[in-house]
Design a protein around this ligand. Structure first.
Ligand SMILES: Cc1ncc(COP(=O)(O)O)c(C=O)c1O
Length: 428
């Protein structure tokens, strides 16, 4: 089928974008990056260039673009209707699959984005605990709500636990509702929890913060301390859910939170995200299960829509097949090892951090355990490396290689060749 826009040249598209979009883009990538199509682990831009894709739509396309099972499921659903604002069989099935997969999940509430899921998870623990404050970690990303944008990426980090807003337009009062700790610093977290336990509603954490793995024992200690004080622990698994294992980071690291948030992969590339967790917290979404003042009012036009639900179900079915995670991890390990070797042989001050399904290079030899450590990476070098790689057919975001089940040996070879060339140029 031909679209009306098919005949517009890339140059005109960019000019049009610059006219009608602030900054000329949707806000995620530079205006000049315009992707026309994707298939498997490859994407094609509007000028016809082909890329091995490690952006993967910022993570959702874990089984590859336009996967035939997902496409078939969506095509089957489309003539039956797109959204109903009511329960549908596919959303119920997907909720059952989430409860089966995620150790913490007794029940599920669907929303449309990770931002919403995190916002409602924080609200749910406030409703449950009848307290206001949330402890989050500096550098931890939990979407774009006022609360989540506290100390996400402060240019000038403040004194712990004082929150620093990362955006204009956030009421000053929000600063007082958040406590900020350093990731992987269990001493600091314990101190803050003990000191503030009577005001704390919950703790939210990315179990794998951006690219930084938890130090051995950190998540276990966080679980123990929060449980001791009856403070709910939320794992933001928008990225790690169904990526680190079928049971997410909670299964991968062996630590079960009270609530988790899911997004990206669980919607198979469509607008769907979720809060999932313990029944006694989730019951606050149920008007009849709690007193009037404890009810958490939450509705959403597209919540649990059947198109996203069938895409999510089809995606999870692919991931359930034997060997799926072994393949992703093998691909990731091969890539990480190759990149490490190339950087070491070139004598560049760099390290590869992360886990096989999600990693990147940071241009420093200093150990990276928290947000402040990550600032030690040379940003200019990273930007240059990424720009060279884009020219050599590697599509990625600023700071992440998302690995997929669809990446093949050919993609790995293409990537290593691009790294080799780019690193040679970096040395010049
Ligand atoms: C850990 C984490 N939480 C929340 C979000 C927000 O999700 P969304 O972009 O769907 O709002 C993201 C997005 O990248 C994320 O990485």
């Amino acid at each position: 089928m031909a679209f009306e826009t098919d005949s517009i040249s890339p140059e005109t598209l960019i000019a049009n974008a610059k006219r009608v979009l602030p900054g000329g883009s949707f806000g995620n990538m530079p205006a000049e990056v315009m992707i026309r199509s994707g298939k498997g682990a490859r994407v094609f831009d509007e000028s016809g260039h082909e890329y091995v894709d490690y952006l993967l739509g910022s993570g959702p396309m874990f089984i590859g673009h336009a996967h035939p099972d997902v496409t078939a499921a969506v095509e089957e659903q489309l003539p039956l209707g797109t959204t109903f604002f009511a329960n549908n069989r596919h959303g119920i099935k997907l909720a059952e699959m989430i409860c089966e997969a995620m150790p913490c999940a007794d029940q599920v509430r669907f929303v449309c984005s990770g931002t919403e899921a995190d916002l409602y998870a924080m609200r749910a623990v406030r409703a449950f605990r009848k307290r206001d404050k949330i402890l989050k970690f500096e550098g931890g990303y939990h979407g774009m709500s006022d609360y989540a944008l506290m100390s996400l990426a402060p240019k000038r980090p403040g004194n712990f636990p004082r929150a620093v807003p990362d955006s204009a337009g956030i009421p000053k009062s929000v600063q007082d509702e958040m406590l900020i700790a350093a990731f992987n610093d269990i001493g600091m977290v314990e101190g803050l929890i003990v000191e503030n336990k009577d005001e704390l509603a919950g703790v939210i954490v990315e179990p794998f913060q951006r690219l930084i793995p938890p130090q051995p024992g950190f998540l276990q200690a966080l679980r123990r301390i929060t449980a001791e004080h009856g403070i709910p622990l939320i794992f933001d698994e928008v990225v790690t859910g169904f990526r680190f294992s079928y049971g997410g980071a909670q299964q991968y690291y062996g630590v079960t939170p009270d609530l988790c948030t899911l997004g990206k992969i669980v919607g198979g590339g469509y607008a769907l995200a979720a809060v999932a967790g313990r029944t006694d917290i989730m019951k606050h979404f149920d008007k009849l299960a709690v007193a009037d003042e404890d009810f958490l009012f939450q509705i959403g036009t597209l919540s649990g829509n059947p198109v996203a639900a069938v895409a999510g179900i089809a995606t999870l079915k692919v991931l359930k097949q034997p060997g799926a995670y072994e393949k992703v991890f093998a691909t990731g390990r091969t890539l990480m090892t190759a990149l490490r070797d190339l950087l070491t042989n070139a004598g560049l001050p760099a390290q590869v951090i992360g886990e096989p399904p999600l990693f990147d290079v940071v241009f420093t030899r200093e150990p990276i355990r928290d947000y402040r450590d990550s600032l030690k990476g040379d940003k200019a070098m990273a930007t240059r490396f990424n720009a060279l790689l884009r020219q050599k057919g590697i599509m990625k975001g600023e700071s992440k290689y998302y690995v997929s089940l669809a990446h093949t040996q050919e993609d790995i070879d293409w990537t290593i060749a691009a790294w080799t060339d780019a690193i040679a140029q970096m040395k010049m």
